[in-house]
Design a protein around this ligand. Structure first.
Ligand code: HEM
Length: 464
């Protein structure tokens, strides 16, 4: 899922049927909020894109936890801190719109995705889709993932670009567990469509003009609509155990099936939400394990103890026993969350941190900045899964760690993500030792989802 500057102002949404709709506020009404307008035209956009975490930290250090920025032509207000995360994510008073926060960035690409819906309409579709994450279908995905990952391992070993390998594997396993098919020759075209759509979400040109990122992204969407449109009819006629079949048969509160085009939009959004986030966070985990061999050994020992051997399947019932692996993954998500910032739009006037913030203001929160705040985390640059023991978690602000968001929009696929990463850890670590290639220390590209520029150069040494 794309992470974005919180205050992208280009307004692309046309569906005024949303009863909560509020116009973008007048920029001058934010004069009293401390912050920066940046350069003429560009505002703070480039600074935010170049180093999102550094930018958020510098601004919060300079102006405090409530500050103003101006990117993509509009002013917005960032709220940084665990309390701010709680206010916006938990949204007790239904003050914040997701549709109008994410919409300007993602609407041309992922319209009607669950994350882009608000309140009652969102509740109804979320409830319908959540059947796909109940234990029975999850057990079925677990079986399919185990088989897919194990067979891919035959081709792994030696010097590798681990990010690229995980990305390809995640797409293949998504084809089987989400769509119920081996992608075959379609894989490359679909993979490219995903890449183009995600890249387009942060394209500076916000219209789908030829040769622009947005132009390519919208073309990618057309391909996927056509592909999934065919599939939804097939799956209704002959459902399987895959996630697409679950969505195709999902019903709303009144018992009606979701319309075909709605199933397609939800599925496209979900593939995007799942694919790059898992790839990014799993890569961060294995990178940190390569740099911290003691933790790599601990996780390997845990996997061998739980499965009883080398390269064996990890059963659905045993996922809860991979405790250290779960802690290490949580630490990877703290260290570099795939969705570092989350946008909203204020629907009513509100007050936070001593400032009055008017209705219509683009709002951004930055879990990534809070994940590195020494007020919550000792030595935030150190990888330490022990931060996630039960007593440490209980002692910390509940919203100091928010890689999956929170409240009504909390990531619907988080258990799927834990499952897939535990399966990857089991299959990779019981077979291989991961070491960094000499001299390789990746530079990370922050947008739209963190990835190592060099693909993460490691060597996988086969274990006896
Ligand atoms: C490590 C992996 C993942 C991370 C870090 C992640 C993160 C997030 C975050 C932060 C949100 C909420 C954004 C907001 O409130 O603005 C979200 C929403 C969502 N995610 Fe994930 N996600 C991950 C994996 C997945 C997977 C594997 C799936 C599906 C199988 C998925 C499906 C969704 C859906 C459907 C939503 C929208 C929920 C709603 O609005 O009700 N995600 N995710």
């Amino acid at each position: 899922m794309a992470s974005i500057a919180p205050d992208i102002g280009t307004h692309l949404h046309t569906d005024r049927a949303n009863p909560h709709w509020v116009r973008l506020g007048d920029d001058s009404k934010l004069d009293h909020i401390p912050g920066e307008d940046g350069w003429p035209v560009l505002g703070t956009t480039l600074m935010q894109l170049a180093d999102p975490l550094g930018f958020q930290k510098r601004m919060a250090d300079t102006y405090g936890p409530v500050f103003r920025t101006r990117s993509f032509g509009r002013r917005g207000v960032n709220l940084v801190g665990a309390d701010a995360n709680e206010l916006v994510l938990f949204d007790r008073e239904k003050l914040f719109s997701n549709e109008q926060g994410w919409g300007p960035v993602l609407n041309l690409l992922f319209p009607r995705g669950l994350m882009l819906m608000d309140f009652e309409a969102h509740r109804i579709d979320r409830r319908a889709l959540s059947i796909a994450f109940k234990p029975e279908p999850m057990r079925a995905y677990c079986g399919v993932l185990n088989t897919g990952i194990a067979s891919a391992m035959a081709g792994w070993g030696g010097p590798m670009r681990l990010y690229d390998a995980i990305k390809a594997l995640t797409l293949d396993t998504a084809a089987s567990s989400f769509l119920g098919l081996p992608l075959g020759p379609e894989a490359d075209r679909l993979n490219q469509a995903f890449v183009d759509m995600v890249q387009a979400s942060v394209g500076v040109v916000r219209k789908p003009l030829p040769f622009t990122k947005m132009g390519k992204g919208v073309a990618g969407r057309r391909l996927m609509v056509e592909y999934f449109g065919r599939l939804v009819r097939e799956r209704r006629a002959h459902p399987g155990q895959d996630m697409f079949s679950q969505f195709a048969l999902a019903t709303r509160d009144d018992g009606s099936l979701l319309p075909e085009d709605v199933v397609v939009d939800h599925m496209i959004f979900l593939m995007m939400a799942a694919h790059d986030t898992i790839t990014s966070s799993a890569t961060v985990l294995f990178w940190q394990l390569a740099r911290n061999p003691d933790w790599q050994d601990k996780l390997r020992a845990e996997a061998r103890a739980v499965t009883g051997g080398v390269g064996l399947s990890l059963a659905y019932e045993d996922l809860g026993r991979m405790e250290l692996t779960e802690m290490a993954f949580k630490e990877a998500l703290r260290f570099m969350p795939p969705v570092p910032n989350m946008p909203r739009r204020a629907l009513r006037d509100f007050r936070f941190g001593g400032y009055d913030i008017p209705a219509g203001t683009p709002i951004g929160i930055s879990p990534a900045a809070v994940h590195h705040d020494p007020a919550h985390w000792d030595q935030p640059q150190v990888f330490d899964p022990m931060r996630f023991t039960a007593d440490k978690v209980a002692a910390r602000h509940k919203y100091a760690w928010a890689p999956f968001g929170g409240g009504a929009h909390m990531c619907l696929g988080l258990h799927f993500a834990y499952m897939q990463v535990k399966l990857l850890a089991n299959h990779i670590l019981t077979r291989f030792e991961i070491v960094m290639q000499p001299g390789a220390e990746p530079q990370w590209q922050a947008w739209p989802i963190p990835k190592p520029r060099d693909g993460l150069k490691v060597a996988l040494r086969r274990l006896g």
